[in-house]
Design a protein around this ligand. Sequence first.
Ligand code: NAD
Ligand code: ZN
Length: 255
Amino acid sequence: MSSLSTNPPEHDVSLAAARRAVAAAIRIVVFTGAGVSAESGIPTFRDALTGLWARHDPERLASADGFLAEPPLVWRWYAARRAAVRDCAPNPAHHAITRLQARQPGTTVVTQNVDGLHARAGNVDPVELHGNIVRARCLDECGWSGMADALEASDGRVPPHCPRCGALARPDVVWFGEMLPVAAWQRAEDACCAADLCLVVGTSGLVHPAAGLPLLAKAAGASIVVIGPAPTPLDAEADVVVRATAGTVLPAIVA
Ligand code: NAD
Ligand code: ZN
């Protein structure tokens, strides 16, 4: 029986510590992963392989080799994810991050997500490290990129072809084994090197090089606050871990 205890539960202590750390910080990097969109109804990486896709290996579907082996299969997987994202809306976690940025303008959002929900929630210029699922680009890198839905509708083939050079079009996302976009990576590194706080939200911390960014911030002197319902390798680096879902605690942390 703990009902007479006057000690606040551990969760309340870490929540209060996270709130203080955020309020005191000047330059904040909010580093997000699939977990921040989970409460919008978008499955996290491992969870995305349900139903039709359960028998596929995610690292193969999200790779150049996988695409080249079966272009229609991979294109359809992304088309299904795109449709799911279209039907979802930003959740209280995305909105809380937007409020944080409005209150503390030294806040930069660096996301591994490809769903565009930070921008839809009103975040100013989020750094999209892994691209955006709504766009397509030329597989042969002729320089064309555009909206995937529009290309699909005008072309009719699966996958559609690049309207500039006729090569296959591909999702404009970063696949396993590929380089991250140089400009996005540079902005993320710069923000981490200047940060006094890195708020890590909803990432397993397993996908590199992105997962190295909180360590870069820490090496540059930033405190680390981790928010997520399950343990991750980044917990060991954290000053504060709030073991909860993003949509429940971020509004309280930013309040
Ligand atoms: P991941 O799926 O590997 O890990 C998700 C993490 O979020 C886990 O630690 C999980 O415990 C946590 N989580 C689950 N529900 C949560 C909630 N409600 N609140 C807070 N945390 C929650 O995702 P990752 O670390 O982002 O890496 C996987 C890769 O797949 C990334 O490159 C990512 O871009 C991509 N991906 C993106 C999306 C998206 O854009 N929404 C979705 C799936 C995968
Ligand atoms: Zn082309």
